[in-house]
Design a protein around this ligand. Structure first.
Ligand code: FAD
Length: 491
């Protein structure tokens, strides 16, 4: 067993970890980043698509774990997508160098300023809308689809139909920016380059076109020469030492998940960016097994960002449905946020099944009226989530209202093809909170009661942000790390 010394360790290479790595490395700091998933680009293994799931499609599972149609068997491999099961909710997360950016839909949405102010009353919203949000949109390479291409491309029939139907039902639609390079997509449509979004690649990774974090923040951080990324290194627990430094116990695994070595890292400064569930797992487990001090607010104020899936069958069956060819990259949304009775935003989501199923899929994002709580169950040595039907009751009401209004105006039925009763209350892509900024941490992400431990990821956001969250996670991380560096926390 070896102990590796490092001044600064970051655990996790998603949005929070990638921002922290870049800004620290630019400031001349040496950083080691531990990531449990694979460095796919370095490994040179291609990602698989939805229709032929292979190595990248699931984290050490024998069967695929997409939200629908899991008919495919697998040889367990350290794939990009994982699903965490709790009593009333399943949570999907990304694994690999780049975290969730490898598997997500790339929707890069800036929250509504009024809601941002409501969620973060203590933050200077003007500074965020004038500086941090524009900054991260540039770093993340956010762009917008060309309207003419959208109109002409058969792969966006689902969006055109979705928008027409929404208008007919009296809803307002918006164009949704994305990190997928739409100029690349136009070229793939013309068959000038290999296809990716138009070849059903997304939740198991994109081989081309998508500006995931390995192509943006992490690439820049590596170019400084100050960053070392250790992939397939899973942090198991952390320990606070008498001199206020930290010891991180990790398992180095191979791509079949077998442990190759137990490695111990020792650092003065530790940043947890393991994603909402990963960071909570590390904090709560370390507290349980070796008394890592944690604030009583850790685990509290957790939410699913109002995620609620629903769908409609028999969508224009006589006029070609939603299309047999579908791009995996969503570009349309329905904005009903200002409706005081039924406030929601929904993505007009693709359902690229390789055939026309005349089905429309929607991922609603609602307010979270009732927050959940994450704890650690000693007996099972696993996270536990206090979350049940009462937490999603209002979300279901909104989904019912939405589907009813759409069907009344356009025809169609509740989707029994996708969900048991037409609703997917238990599908969560956006776990947020549990280590909330200014509650479990100070104003810049330092964990209360600690001098050298920071949390920088989705767990800082109190369970809701009203839109897809990665732009906000990135902006909050930029804000925190800038202040921490300026306060000389890392000298
Ligand atoms: P993550 O991106 O989750 O990164 C955490 C990293 O830490 C992971 O790589 C993980 O492997 C690693 N890690 C965890 N535990 C350990 C450990 N113990 N040791 C070492 N490493 C560890 N958001 C949007 O804004 N737009 C979208 O279109 C969108 N679509 C989505 C689609 C899907 C299918 C999913 C699953 C999510 C989607 N999201 C989307 C959500 C978004 O991807 C997440 O909110 C975001 O990635 C969270 O960022 P993060 O920095 O908190 O952590």
């Amino acid at each position: 067993e070896e102990t590796i010394e490092a001044p600064i360790i970051i655990i996790g290479s998603g949005y929070g970890g990638a921002v922290s790595a870049l800004r620290l490395c630019e400031a001349g700091k040496k950083v080691i980043l531990l990531e449990m998933g694979l460095h796919w680009e370095k490994a040179g293994i291609p990602y698989s698509n939805l229709l032929k799931p292979g190595k990248s499609s699931a984290w050490l599972k024998k069967k695929t774990i997409a939200p629908f149609m899991n008919i495919f068997s697998l040889t367990p491999f350290t794939g990009t997508l994982d699903r965490l099961e709790f009593d009333n909710i399943s949570i999907w997360v990304g694994r690999g160098v780049g975290g969730g950016s490898l598997v997500n839909g790339g929707m890069a949405v800036t929250p509504k300023e009024s809601y941002f102010r409501e969620v973060f009353p203590d933050l200077d919203s003007e500074k965020f809308y004038n500086h941090y949000f524009p900054l991260v949109r540039e770093e993340l390479k956010v762009n917008v689809i060309d309207e003419q291409f959208l109109k002409d491309c058969p792969y966006y029939k689902f969006t055109r139909v979705g928008e027409e139907e929404a208008h007919k039902a009296g809803f307002k639609t918006i164009r949704v920016p994305n990190v997928y390079d739409f100029k690349y997509m136009e070229k793939e449509y013309r068959n000038e380059v290999p296809r990716s979004a138009l070849n059903t690649e997304v939740i198991y990774g994109n081989n081309y076109g998508k500006n995931s974090l390995d192509k943006t923040y992490l690439k820049k951080a590596l170019e400084t020469g100050n960053l070392e990324i250790l992939d397939l290194h899973k942090a198991d627990h952390i320990q606070l030492n008498d001199d206020k430094s930290y010891t991180v116990t990790t398992q180095h695994i191979n791509t079949s998940g077998q442990v190759l070595a137990h490695k111990t890292f020792h650092c003065k400064k530790l940043i947890l960016s393991a994603g909402t569930m990963g960071t909570l797992q590390l904090l709560l487990k370390s507290n349980t097994i070796n008394n890592l001090p944690i604030d009583e607010k850790v685990g509290k104020n957790w939410g699913n960002n109002g995620n609620f899936m629903t769908g409609r069958n028999w969508v224009r069956p006589l006029s070609g449905g939603t299309g047999s060819k579908q791009s995996t990259i969503p570009v349309g949304g329905i904005d009903n946020w200002e409706d005081p009775e039924h406030a929601f935003f929904t993505e007009i989501a693709p359902l690229p099944m390789g055939m026309d199923v005349a089905t429309a899929l929607y991922l609603l994002i609602n307010r979270v009226d009732k927050k959940g709580e994450v704890t650690f169950d000693k007996t099972n040595q696993a996270l536990q989530l206090n979350w049940n039907e009462s937490h999603t009751a209002k979300m279901k009401e909104n989904a019912k209202y939405f589907v009813r209004k759409m069907n009344n105006a356009n025809g169609g039925t509740r989707s029994h093809f996708l969900f048991n009763n037409g609703f997917g209350a238990d599908i969560c892509y956006h776990p947020l909170g549990g280590c909330v900024l200014g509650e479990a941490t100070d104003a810049f992400g330092k964990l209360k009661g600690h001098e050298n431990l920071y949390v920088l990821d989705g767990s800082l956001i109190p369970g809701t942000i009203g839109v897809n969250p990665f732009v906000t996670i990135t902006a909050i991380a930029e804000y925190c790390i800038e202040h921490l560096i300026n306060q000389n926390e890392f000298t």
